[in-house]
Every structure is written in structure tokens, then in C-alpha cells.
Design a protein around this ligand. Structure first.
Ligand SMILES: [Fe+2]
Length: 342
């Protein structure tokens, strides 16, 4: 519940504001002297304080920086008896968000004060939301970097997968917030590899069946790491399914076709393409045209047909390949040609 503290030596003002805000569903605290203000601010952490400039024991101007010291995000609206411009400027310099002038009518409360309250609370919410979003995104970057330290052969892979996925999502004209989540999923798609033994993860030889089964667990581990937090739930599902196949032969849940989330189908293409074209210590990356050929050959079995077509268009648009290269590729291989148009 939103908490408001009203501090004014005029009992009537406190009562009028209290009654008004309580009917709106706010929790209200009132004080008529300055002495307990800091105690209440510390204990109740109000979102907003109405603070009289002139209190019998302390001035509101003295209390204002003390309140801000306890919690800099607490919004303070000064109550003043007249529009003393200098005082108002001083109060704003000390961190006051706004001011109201006494005496005021109920109409003034309804029209002006209510507006000021909502404006301040909205501002508070917005700055908290922005801070949280920043922390959240930084955490994602750090997690992706931690993984790269462990799985050194995939340095830069997550970021490239994220960027390719965003290119596909933009081509599909998906909404901005969806594109943002796809980017984050790209960065974290292999985060579950944190739970896989280094000896398996960094093995240069062909993996045994048991070892491959271990590697496969990274989809579920990634899901479980991220699913704990509400903010990561959507991401966790995308990451869980990034190794599913359109024909249902993927893992971990053997999902088929459109049962696989769209973002996971996008990630699968970006992931395959980058894995094929990147250099590894034990092999050179494949030529881009060759990798595209393999993507085309995987349409309808491993990868989503429509999304592969879109990705090929993206690569033509950003001049990775030319449409001539693609035509050549298709003419050179009749099998591929039939797959491309099916
Ligand atoms: Fe993966």
C-alpha cells in the first residue's frame, strides 16, 4: 500500500488531507511537530511526505535533507503559507519535489494535490523501474561473461547469437519488448553449461553418448537457474527449448513445429549458423555460404522453414552474402533446390 506522511502543525489540514487520501486507499500517518518525523520516516518508509515549512519545534527546511538522507527516493512536497519564491527554490535545491500553498480548498486538493501526488509516485516508480532494469541487464551480461570464462571455445558466441536473433526478430517486425527478450535469451541461451563438467565441455575429441547426454542437460539446468526468478521466467522457457527440432527429434522435451516457442526457433537458427561459421581451436569455421547451405538443408527437419528463409534474407541484406551466391548455391545442388522451395 502507498504510504503518505503528513506533517503540519495545523490539525485541521492534517485531518482534511488524511480523510481525502484514505478514501483513495492510501495509508496515512500524521504528525503536528517535527520531533518524530525522522523516526516515522525510518520506521514506515513513506513513499511521499507532505512537510510544513514552519513547524513549532523544527523547520521543514531542516528536516528535508534529513529525510532525504534516510531514503533519497522518498518524495517530499513542501507545504508553505505563502509563495515565498526564495524558500521554494531553497527547498527544491534541498531535494523537495514540489510545493503547495496554504490555505487550500477541497477542490484544490482534488485537482492539484492529487495530480502532484500521482505525478511524484509515477516518477518514483519510473526511476525505480529504470534502476531495476539496468541492474537486471547488467546481471545478464555478467552471467554470460562468467559462462564464456568456463567455456572458452565459445567466446563471443552468445553475443553473436543474440545479435543474429535480433536481426531475425526485427525482420519479422516483432514488438520492441519481444525483441529485447530475444536478445537477452541469445546472451544466456547456454547459461546451463555452467552446470556441466569442464572436462566434457572443453573436450576436443568426439563425445561419447553418455557425455553428449550430459551436455544436453544444459537446457534444463539453464531453465532451472532462471525459472526461480519471476523476471527470468519467460527467458527460462525460451532457453529450455533452444535445442528442440521442428521434426520433434530435439531435446529436452521433443517438442514439434509450432509447439516450440517462436523465440526458441529463432535462437536455434542463430545458434547453428554461428556454431558452423566460428573458428574453434580444433577446426576452422565453415565458409558462410556452406553454412547457409546446411541451414537450407535443415529446413523442416531441424529448423523452421519460414525462419530460415528470413535469416537468409537478413544475411543478403547485411551483405554477408549476395543473392547471386544463394542462387549459385541452389543451382549447384538440385537436392537443395527442391528443399529451398518446398
Ligand atoms: Fe545450447
Amino acid at each position: 500500500m502507498i504510504k503518505i506522511l503528513i506533517v503540519d502543525d495545523e490539525i485541521l489540514i492534517c485531518e482534511v488531507l488524511k480523510d481525502f487520501f484514505e478514501t483513495k486507499g492510501f495509508e496515512i500517518f500524521t504528525l503536528h511537530k517535527g520531533e518524530d518525523v525522522l523516526k516515522i520516516v525510518e520506521k514506515e518508509k513513506p513513499h511521499l511526505v507532505f512537510l510544513d515549512m514552519n513547524l513549532p519545534d523544527k523547520s521543514g527546511m531542516e528536516l528535508l535533507p534529513e529525510i532525504k538522507k534516510i531514503d533519497s527516493t522518498t518524495k517530499v512536497i513542501m507545504i508553505t503559507a505563502c509563495s515565498e519564491e526564495e524558500k521554494v527554490i531553497e527547498a527544491k535545491n534541498k531535494g523537495a519535489s514540489d510545493y503547495i500553498i496554504k490555505p487550500f480548498s477541497l477542490a484544490y486538493i482534488q485537482e492539484n494535490i492529487m495530480y502532484k501526488v500521482y505525478e511524484q509516485l509515477f516518477e518514483d516508480l519510473r526511476s525505480k523501474h529504470n534502476k531495476l532494469t539496468n541492474i537486471y541487464e547488467q546481471t545478464l551480461f555478467i552471467l554470460a561473461k562468467v559462462l564464456e570464462e568456463k567455456d572458452r571455445y565459445t567466446k563471443g558466441h552468445s553475443e553473436r547469437v543474440a545479435n543474429y536473433s535480433v536481426d531475425i526478430a526485427k525482420e519479422l517486425k516483432l514488438p520492441e519488448n519481444y525483441i529485447r527478450i530475444i536478445y537477452q535469451a541469445g546472451l544466456l541461451h547456454d547459461i546451463g553449461k555452467i552446470g556441466i563438467k569442464n572436462i566434457i565441455l572443453n573436450k576436443r575429441d568426439v563425445l561419447s553418448n553418455n557425455e553428449f547426454d550430459e551436455i544436453k542437460k544444459h537446457t534444463i539446468i539453464g531453465f532451472e537457474i532462471l525459472n526461480i526468478l519471476n523476471n527470468f521466467k519467460e527467458l527460462s522457457v525460451i532457453i529450455r527449448h533452444h535445442h528442440e527440432r521442428i521434426d520433434g527429434k530435439g531435446y529436452p522435451d521433443n517438442k514439434k513445429g509450432e509447439e516450440i516457442p517462436l523465440s526458441s526457433r529463432i535462437l536455434a537458427i542463430a545458434d547453428s549458423y554461428d556454431a558452423m561459421t566460428s573458428n574453434r581451436p580444433y577446426r576452422k569455421g565453415m565458409a558462410q555460404v556452406e553454412a547457409i547451405k546446411r541451414l537450407i538443408m535443415s529446413k523442416g527437419t531441424q529448423l523452421d522453414t519460414m525462419l530460415v528463409n528470413i535469416f537468409v534474407n537478413v544475411l543478403i541484406k547485411n551483405k554477408t552474402v549476395t543473392s547471386e551466391d544463394i542462387k549459385q548455391l541452389l543451382y549447384n545442388d538440385l537436392v537443395i533446390q527442391s528443399l529451398y522451395y518446398h
